[in-house]
Design a protein around this ligand. Structure first.
Ligand SMILES: [Zn+2]
Length: 1013
């Protein structure tokens, strides 16, 4: 795997003192010498074709495509977080523009009827909630003092669209508070908005002239800026009349500025999300224009493929690349795409079409091997075509010839998905198969740790019981009756037990392999079987396993030999597949991959901290390579009660495209439901096996670095033992040469893979971006959510090699640099005390601060090393929606839920100031879920949710009747576990350090000022 990005650039190896920075040193752009291959070189011929080989594939009917990855059930597959869908888009601005009103009467009646409560229950249970794993381990509750009844809650009003977004020349003033009972909450004045009057028609809400904000602490207030004359871009301006008190901020626990900014006056993520929902939600987004900016990932809309890949598949940090590398270096904006090739497509959108050219196979450019796509230009009456990527002129194969119409377009343009769509699939020929023969259908192998503690606590029994049900739901092609996936079973402690579950056996047979040093597979026939055929033997086995090991006192386990055994079994069966390993302890038994407890908190916050994130032996690295080479993906369910070295155990799952689930201090009554949900989703999830991805680009730039659950043996081929609908690969691009505004920057991502039924296919995604020589165009086209995905992954990759302090400094510096460059080159001239943010990056500072405060980057001994390694791994495969939610959780005022409506209340900002004693808030980040109860929460709601009469009756060990399926942590205001919850209020100062949003913004502004001077 290439090790660029943070790792290799000279500035990164020289920790800069403080936060000061010198522009030439920036980020990934400082030194072209670390790029993977020489500039200007022609990309080597196809990754996917070169080694590939043949398949006898049934020439299926072309469109409509197989609904291979096509559905979006109520439980979108897999762990990545399901966001609570937001309020409906507000399309009619005028009518929705009611001033704030206390909503006690309407949205939350004091006496909630039973039916209302029930209805709320069904709303809540209908929500899509999911989580990665576990956050248990909270201290037992202690009774907190009852507090006074708080102020009435206010229903969040629909937000007016903010004209500042993407409108030149406007300004954003402090966004209206979306809160309920913020500081000095009482009935709030209407949202402030002040048009600049320079560009565009005055908005309908112009009557709201900025009244002073309640609770504003700056004496001078925020006089609206009359700026932006001329061609400058829109930006958010904030003035700092008091200058910048407080010293050079250190990211962990900075000195508090004397004068504080009012949180309501600085850009709000909630406001940005709501504005985008209001303007673009519920609409059809057609991908017919190169370089167009999609709706935010938090906005629901219907996507129509008209020649570019859906943003569900590819999102970019910017949709307009700078023409030259000099410009790119000047702006320091990473140029990257976050590609989720198997993203789930909702049922109201068209699934991918399948193209089948029979034995001829896909049409590809002779030189760069790009696949036929809308970027190919047909010429000479249709006899030849010019490749949009390398400009090579190719002959059209005779079978593919078609005449052109009067505008030079093929007559069959709209009949062929590969000519008119951004995404489609090809049936691959035998040339694309291993050993030139069609692949066998994949297999799933279930591997259960049956050591003493797992038997004792009932985990083995739980797993065995559950498998009997979930095996009924193995993934299958839509048109098939049963799944083609075969299954096998292994149990282990310090030895391995293989089971023969052949359908003609009366009883399963066990074969023990004690030589864990060199694992071999003791049986071939009868190990991997069709579930339907062997159902009774399998059930018999699953019934017996818990008893079989009931008397075992074996506490030691092996781990690497378990993976080895699974991989060897797949290899012997000549098929790709997935191992499901259920494991609990540090593998200390004498065997390859044996681990010792090396959790050394003294390393935290030293230059050696990176060691904690590296595997302690290279056994797992070479095992991962073997697994990928044989299409063996590993998914690991961990149930640790103490340190198990996640950094080592998680390496194979990470590099093989598997998933790591962690349930710390697993408690049967609290956590089993979450585990079972995760297991079900993981088994049913849409997935492709034995995959190779290649990202091609048009001339002038190329992919230089890749982040994800991937393995790379060269600089271009991204290998994945499996890739499922939740996994994304983030790809960074760099310039080779100049890009032209006319031809733009084109990207083609091709994934060669094996389907669940054993068909070899190619999935192609194409995306065209604009190019510009104006920095303003670049800034206008940025997507902060994608930028954050990139920054998180590149920083989390870099921590393996760099001191964390350096990485944190780089993140701060780069943020300041990007914003300073905008200020200098794109914004209107204004006083130095003005902080001006580009509209597209308004929330970059708050999100960046969230990343800096994440436990992975926060060097604090209080945080478990395993938890940090776990979260690091989780983020590495996230798509943009997942990373957005993970770093900026959703905080929902459940008590304002309108029982008559089908939608949820709008989220509020993640800050303690948004909580209220009379409120109940749900916080979700995709990994954790908390239900926070104010001391005066309404008894009716408490009754409805917990079936107990009052706050005092709630035991935080309780399982809510509404959230039974989810790992929900119940937090009562003023009780000890609230401390854990507060870490997720990411706009506030962190419990273990980490600035508040306000402080961070001041710090970034200071940096910008220094850069500008
Ligand atoms: Zn080409």
């Amino acid at each position: 795997m290439s090790q660029q990005g943070y790792v290799a650039t000279p500035p990164y190896s020289q920790p800069q003192s403080g936060i000061g920075l010198s522009p030439p040193h920036y980020g990934h752009y400082g030194d072209p010498s670390h790029t993977a291959s020489p500039t200007g070189m022609i990309k080597p011929a196809g990754p996917l074709g070169a080694t590939a080989t043949g398949a006898i594939l049934p020439p299926g009917p072309p469109p409509p495509g197989p609904h291979q990855f096509g559905q979006n059930g109520a439980h979108a597959a897999g762990h990545p977080p399901q966001r609570f869908s937001g309020p409906p888009p507000v399309n009619n601005v005028a009518s929705s523009y009611a001033p704030y009103q206390p909503s006690a009467q309407s949205s939350y009646p004091n006496s909630m009827s039973t039916s209302s409560v029930t209805q709320m229950g069904s709303q809540l249970s209908a929500m899509q909630i999911n989580s990665y794993g576990n956050s248990s381990g909270m201290a037992p509750p202690s009774q907190g003092p009852p507090g006074p009844l708080s102020a009435t809650s206010f229903q969040t009003p629909p937000q007016p669209p903010q004209p500042s977004i993407l409108q030149p020349g406007s300004q954003v003033l402090p966004p209206p508070p979306t809160t309920l009972n913020g500081p000095g909450a009482s009935p709030l004045p209407p949202p402030m908005y002040r048009p600049d009057g320079l560009t565009g028609p005055p908005p309908s809400n112009a009557q709201y002239q900025s009244p002073p904000l309640p609770g504003q602490t700056l004496g001078a207030g925020y006089p609206p800026q009359q700026a932006n004359s001329g061609p400058q871009m829109a930006g958010t301006q904030l003035s700092y009349p008091g200058g910048f008190p407080g010293g050079p901020a250190q990211m962990a626990g900075p000195p508090q500025p004397q004068k504080k900014l009012d949180p309501d006056s600085i850009p709000s993520p909630i406001q940005v999300i709501e504005n985008d929902r209001a303007s673009r939600g519920g609409q059809v987004y057609a991908t017919n224009t190169r370089g167009q900016i999609p709706p935010l990932v938090t906005t629901d809309c219907i996507i129509q493929d008209q020649g570019n890949a859906s943003p569900r598949f590819i999102r970019c940090t910017t949709y307009c690349f700078p023409c030259t590398s000099d410009m790119a270096k000047q702006a320091q904006i990473p140029l990257a795409a976050v590609i989720k090739p198997f993203a789930t497509i909702p049922s109201n959108e068209t699934p991918l079409y399948l193209v089948n050219h029979g034995e001829s196979g896909p049409v590809r450019c002779n030189r760069c091997k790009a696949y036929m796509c809308p970027f190919m230009q047909f010429i000479e009456g249709g006899r030849r075509y010019q490749c949009g990527f390398c400009n090579c002129v190719n002959d059209v194969p005779p079978f593919y010839f078609q005449h052109l119409d009067h505008v030079g377009r093929r007559l069959d343009h709209y009949e062929k998905p590969e000519l008119s769509l951004g995404s489609y699939e090809y049936v691959a020929t035998l040339d694309y198969c291993r050993k030139n023969k069609p692949p066998n259908p994949p297999a799933f192998i279930f591997m259960i740790d049956v050591s003493y503690s797992n038997i004792k606590n009932g985990l083995v029994k739980l797993i065995c019981e559950e498998l009997k049900t979930v095996l009924e739901k193995l993934p299958k092609e839509e048109q098939e009756e049963t799944s083609a996936i075969r299954v096998g079973f292994i149990t282990y402690n310090k030895v391995l037990h293989f089971f023969n579950v052949k359908s003609n056996l009366a009883q399963p047979q066990m074969m023990v392999v004690t030589d864990v040093g060199e694992v071999f597979v003791p049986l071939l026939d009868g190990f991997l079987v069709n579930y339907q055929e062997s159902q009774s033997v399998i059930h018999n086995l699953l019934d017996q396993i818990p008893d079989m090991f009931a008397d075992s006192n074996e506490n030691e386990t092996v781990f690497a030999p378990v993976i080895q055994a699974g991989m060897e079994a797949l290899k012997a069966a000549d098929c790709p597949g997935k191992l499901f390993i259920f494991h609990s302890s540090l593998p200390t038994a004498e065997a390859p991959g044996k681990l010792k407890n090396r959790d050394d908190k003294k390393l935290v916050n030293t230059d050696k901290e990176k060691i904690l994130f590296q595997p302690q032996t290279n056994v797992y690295d070479s095992l991962a390579k073997d697994c990928v080479a044989h299409g063996c993906s590993v998914t690991l369910f961990l149930f640790p009660s103490q340190y198990v070295d996640v950094a080592s155990l998680g390496l194979v799952p990470q590099l093989t495209g598997g998933t790591l689930y962690k349930y710390s201090n697993f408690q049967m009554h609290l956590d089993s439901q979450q585990f079972l949900n995760d297991l079900r989703n993981d088994i049913e999830k849409k997935i492709g096996f034995d995959a190779i991805m290649r990202v091609r680009t048009s001339t002038g730039f190329r992919a230089t670095d890749f982040f994800g659950g991937i393995l790379m043996n060269n600089t271009t081929d991204v290998e994945m033992a499996a890739i499922d609908c939740d996994k994304a690969v983030t790809v960074e691009f760099k310039h080779d040469d100049k890009l032209s505004e006319d031809s733009g920057a084109l990207i083609q991502c091709a994934v060669l893979y094996t389907t669940i039924s054993g068909q070899r296919r190619l999935r192609i995604h194409n995306l065209g971006l604009n190019c510009s020589s104006q920095l303003a165009d670049l800034y206008k086209s940025c997507e902060t959510d994608a930028l954050m995905n990139f920054f998180a992954k590149s920083a989390f990759k870099a921590i393996l090699h760099q001191p964390l302090k350096v990485i944190r400094e780089i993140l701060v510096n780069q943020t300041a640099h990007m914003l300073a460059c905008y200020r200098k080159n794109c914004a209107s001239p204004s006083a130095a005390s003005q902080l001006i943010l580009p509209d597209s990056m308004k929330v970059l500072p708050v999100y960046m601060n969230c990343l800096l405060k994440n436990c992975v980057l926060l060097s604090r001994p209080e945080i478990s090393t395993d938890e940090r390694a776990f979260q690091r791994q989780l983020v590495m495969t996230m798509g943009v929606a997942d990373s957005q939610l993970f770093f900026y959780p959703q905080l929902l005022p459940i008590h304002t839920l309108d029982v008559k409506s089908t939608t949820l209340p709008a989220a509020v900002r993640c800050s303690e100031s948004r909580l209220s004693e009379g409120g109940i808030f749900l916080l979700v980040n995709g990994l954790h879920m908390f239900l926070w109860l104010g001391v005066s929460s309404p008894p009716e709601l408490i009754q409805g949710i917990f079936n107990v009469p009052s706050f005092a009756h709630i035991n935080t060990d309780m399982v809510s009747i509404f959230f039974i399926a989810f790992m929900l942590t119940i937090v009562k205001q003023r009780e000890q576990p609230e401390m854990v919850f507060r870490q997720f209020l990411v706009e506030d100062k962190g419990l273990y350090g980490g600035s508040s949003y306000v402080d961070f913004l001041c710090c970034v502004h200071k940096e910008i000022c220094q850069l500008l001077n």
